[in-house]
Ligand binder design. Structure first.
Ligand SMILES: Cc1cc2nc3c(=O)[nH]c(=O)nc-3n(C[C@H](O)[C@H](O)[C@H](O)COP(=O)(O)O)c2cc1C
Length: 193
């Protein structure tokens, strides 16, 4: 699949099924991510792979982290949200947390490092598409929850840029191509008269 075909056919698929990408395919996906433009070549991206029984075990970890976050804020946990977290990992056979580990730099601002990791996450989605897999980029409260970061082995200063859900698209879940409408979004600058 060429690059434009992958870009146009990538859609967010909320439920993905087995098979997941093979180990070699996952490596291709993550190497594509690591090809992203990267101001200062700081390599701020990190990837935490959740696969197989470890992925399944992460659902209850998410639920516990959500309970801990509610308690940190002096609130009673919302049981519906906690239950939802417990089953979130069932939505795909493979999940990759794409993380920005900010690198010390006097020259490269944090927002450029975050932007590089966003580009890496999109490269991963496009590579998955090119290999014939579906994906979905998710964030939500889990992405900023320090208990989730800790469970993934991250520092509280790291940013979880994406939870990428990756797997096979069941025929009934397939979506049409993206249109990428530009209506009202493009201007062409001219120098002042
Ligand atoms: C930074 C980012 C965070 C996102 N987080 C979520 C999310 O938490 N839940 C969700 O349902 N979709 C999430 N999405 C996916 C968007 O909802 C999706 O891309 C959008 O609906 C357009 O659909 P498409 O990807 O099929 O074009 C996220 C996308 C991005 C770029």
């Amino acid at each position: 699949m060429d690059a434009l075909a992958a870009i146009r056919s990538r859609r967010s698929i909320s439920r993905l099924v087995a098979p997941a990408p093979s180990g070699a395919e996952l490596r291709t996906i993550l190497e594509a991510a690591a090809c992203a433009p990267d101001h200062g070549c700081l390599r701020p991206w990190r990837f935490v792979v959740l696969a197989g029984s470890a992925k399944d075990a992460f659902g209850p970890v998410l639920a516990d982290a959500t309970v801990a976050d509610y308690r940190d804020r002096g609130l009673e946990p919302d049981p519906r949200k906690v239950d939802k977290d417990r089953t979130k990992m069932d939505r795909a056979p493979l999940v990759v947390a794409v993380v920005c580990a900010y690198q010390p730099s006097e020259k490269i601002p944090a927002e450029d490092q975050y932007a590089a990791v966003v580009a890496a996450a999109q490269n991963a989605c496009l590579a998955a598409t090119a290999l014939g897999y579906g994906s979905m980029w998710r964030t939500g409260p889990n992405a900023t929850n320090v208990h989730v970061k800790r469970a993934l082995g991250l520092s509280s200063d790291d940013a979880i840029v994406a939870f990428l859900y990756i797997g096979t698209v069941a025929p009934e879940r397939a979506k049409g191509h993206n249109v990428g409408s530009l209506d009202g979004l493009v201007t062409t600058w001219e120098p002042p008269a």
